[in-house]
Design a protein around this ligand. Sequence first.
Ligand code: SF4
Ligand code: SF4
Ligand code: SF4
Ligand code: FES
Length: 937
Amino acid sequence: MSLIKELDYGTPAKIATQLVTLEIDGQSVTVRAAVEIGTKVPKLCATDSLEAFGSCRLCLVEIEGRRGTPASCTTPVEPGMKVRTQTAKLGKLRRNVMELYISDHPLDCLTCSANGDCELQDMAGAVGLREVRYGYDGANHLKAEKDASNPYFTFDPSKCIVCSRCVRACEEVQGTFALTIDGRGFASKVSAGQAEDFLDSECVSCGACVQACPTATLMEKSVIELGQAEHSVITTCAYCGVGCSFKAEMKGTEVARMVPYKDGKANHGHSCVKGRFAWGYATHKDRITKPMIRASISDPWRIVTWEEAIAHTASEFRRIQAKYGKDSIGGITSSRCTNEETYLVQKLIRAAFGNNNVDTCARVCHSPTGYGLKTTLGTSAGTQDFDSVLEADVILVIGANPTDAHPVFASRMKKRLREGAKLIVIDPREIDLVHTPHVQAQYHLQLRPGTNVAVINALAHVIVTEGLVKEKYVAERCEPGDFESWRAFIAQERNSPEAVESMTGVPAAELRAAARLYATGGNAAIYYGLGVTEHSQGSTMVMGMANLAMATGNIGRVGVGVNPLRGQNNVQGACDMGSFPHEFSGYRHVSEDATRELFERAWNVHLEGEPGLRIPNMLDAAVDGSFKGIYIQGEDIAQSDPNTRHVTDGLRAMECVVVQDIFLNETANYAHVFLPGSSFLEKDGTFTNAERRISRVRKAMPPMAGLADWEVTMALSNALGYPMTYKHPSEIMDEIARLTPTFAGVSYARIEELGSVQWPCNEKAPAGTPIMHVHRFVRGKGKFMITEFIPTDERTTARFPLILTTGRILSQYNVGQQTRRTENTVWHDEDVLEIHPFDAEQRGIRDGDVVALASRAGETSLRALISERMQPGVVYTTFHFAGTGVNVVTTEFSDWATNCPEYKVTAVQVRLTNHPSEWQERYRRDSIDLRRIEAAE
Ligand code: SF4
Ligand code: SF4
Ligand code: SF4
Ligand code: FES
């Protein structure tokens, strides 16, 4: 349990890093900032997350030898300075200032939602204000209208002291520039956008202004409703791979608010709308909190005890194995669950099921990252920590949309771009980053979907043929033979920007200029997302980026690197924990005898040395009749995986589908056992973010279903006859550390001590590893790989002339099980199809029309949004709402090396329609038929 309030140093750490000896109020002190020794200099406009501003004049001090009373927040300490912070003169000046504030402030402290957490109230006390000589009758703002349009916070201008902290937070911390101070003097006021309400403005609801506000002007609605919290628990966001730290401020077992944690090393006290506000799903009425079973999916669910559910599952799995063979069952681990839970599920499958049929959702997102980076660099993870971006001079963003999908990291990236770093964006769409306040991409290479590899090869071609290779770096650090073969390959004319221009749609001159900038602009860093990996050549593209970075010497120090922006909160961890059918934890192949023997000794069981089935293989085998049972923890493959019809056919063909989740998700429609899951607030464990940072998840409330997910897996293992006896997730982490060299130094005690730790963490790096491959690559010498461009088999035709590509938007998370059950739906309550005006006009489509979206795999319908962000010939949508069924349309094509589906390229046709598709009609029927619960009827 932690204190609610953290110390506010008043000025950012960078101003106060050096130790300085000076005299404060007669005492000689060596400090970073005055407040550090407990000197209470009153302040209102200053806070340590923002640059000093010097507007409120409350922090005045006297400095020997200087005239006047300077504001301490804008006056850096100097050695030998003699400062007086508490004199009669200063007290009087401060009271005068406070008097003016209070005379225009509602006198409702006792009933105010900020009572007890209000800096204005604190400062009135600190300066000893006893009376307000001006009275309260003059001109004031007390009747200013409250703006409650935002679903999560209110803006009550009657309480505003115009300190600008909100405006500066929106600019400096978030980088959105949604707020301004309108007017001058007495008339000045905070204004969102063009004097709109918050909901209609540019505001992205990150909450930075709410956090910065010293009064109740900007206030969380949850606090207004519940009151101030009485304790807090530090934990990690359960949404995206940024892995922000939060203080869950609690009132008993209820969350009053989530406040981004200042000492969180991934987020440094910042947040986005999802982690900050969209946590209401955790206690949503749709939560299923009791286990359920049914003999057939056409039966209603029957609520049972945990004992019955576990015994039934174990007996079904053993029955199936006895009848169809040991390999007829398998499981899927969850990137939303903790490392410890994920580790246990793969252990259950390998040790208790007796096979390697385990896979994870990374199969459908970053499996090519694993393959590509491991092959070239030696380990399948991002090379940098997030802070590294602050030293980048050139930022290359490929197939990622950080402002929507990784917003807190995007804010840091935008800060660096505002400082002058150059930006190259490679994306078929004009993502926000291309033009955002005070940021303008130098180059936007708006390629045709499916031509990534041709573009990366052309960039490398320019570097090789124009003599821009860092020869010394390559000679010292990379395999010489592989490099020479690659150099000869990439230098071929067919890889030149001119040769690929017509196919990629990227003007050759622009591509050449971008390549020169990347190679010569200083520290160059690549950040990429699923627009790279979810292609038939996803792994080739990852290797192409590693080639580019090695050739230009851009790996192995701060400010450079190749960095996957991971989608789900613990997708890095799920991969690290051995969730793939061919690897144990730490990415060691199951066929390596020494590794397998290590696990066999530790687990006291025989282990298979042949890789098991991947998710698509499991589904194929189910349709073929040889795969009959599956345990799916925290994944919704019926919505998230491509070619929905094939997925649901596979699930329907199985005899025992076990789904463990917090809601009856789409996959549960085809399940025979439902085991209620626990949310991140209900359990202990760890998540690993996209920078390999392992952070604690701490229990803030008891599990609603009585058991945390790791306890359920353990019970199932015991029922299957393979004993597991962990008493706490820390014991699971200790086992992981014993068996995984890159985790050897990780323990809950170490995480407690350091706050969080980035793997590898072992004897060589006891405090973890922020930057990888510093002196040598993990594999020894970097390996250049030939990256031949082979166009996808998914081609546009006269019947399907457009290309569909998919992605995520800020307020939405993945398939929506969480965010659909929050107020985030106020921003987007349906998936829409973005289409270029030219394509729309050709088809007679107007904004808001319902259109049919058809591919050779299937058809669905949704509303059209005409958008200049698209290029002609390309349409885009999200996959947040199950009823849209976007994955009904996506195909079975996948990455050649990893089977990662080709979500980003589907040939489609779009036409006007006025009714739901056949699939949607059936989905609506199934949603009612397959979700019936007996006890509720
Ligand atoms: S919530 Fe964030 S984006 Fe919105 S006004 Fe506040 S700081 Fe700006
Ligand atoms: S809304 Fe809050 S932070 Fe913004 S100017 Fe008013 S008091 Fe200051
Ligand atoms: S950026 Fe990601 S981890 Fe951070 S608060 Fe938002 S969703 Fe959570
Ligand atoms: S806190 Fe220094 S002037 Fe406001």
